[in-house]
Design a protein around this ligand. Structure first.
Ligand SMILES: [Zn+2]
Length: 110
């Protein structure tokens, strides 16, 4: 059985598409292509799948993970976008993480 609710991994934070745009910079224009080249283990579609209804996470390696469902079969699929390898992108990713953490702290104080 496939567990549809993916548990957040340690060190992961949820981010939004605006954060992805900041982290990816110029590569953001390729995002559509990346999200339309998703492998679904159910459809066995050789990376022709599309991901929809996704949530976005930043993992502790500063890679971006889109977790959503396959448009064809609605099973859960995930797409990793590595940013940890590029120094500038990784720095931005860390910056976004810091901002998110501060934001959380501010919310808690209220
Ligand atoms: Zn599928």
């Amino acid at each position: 059985m496939i567990n549809k609710e993916r548990k957040k991994q340690p060190g992961e934070i949820e981010i939004h598409i605006e954060d992805v745009e900041i982290i990816m910079g110029d590569d953001f224009i390729h995002l559509d292509r990346l999200l339309n080249n998703v492998y679904c283990s159910h459809c066995k579609n050789s990376y022709n799948g599309t991901i929809e209804n996704y949530k976005i996470y930043l993992n502790k390696l500063d890679d971006i993970i889109f977790v959503g469902q396959c448009t064809e079969c609605k099973e859960r699929v995930a797409r990793y976008i590595e940013t940890g390898e590029t120094i500038s992108k990784a720095e931005i990713a860390r910056h976004v993480r810091t901002i998110k953490k501060e934001f959380k702290t501010i919310k808690k104080k209220k």
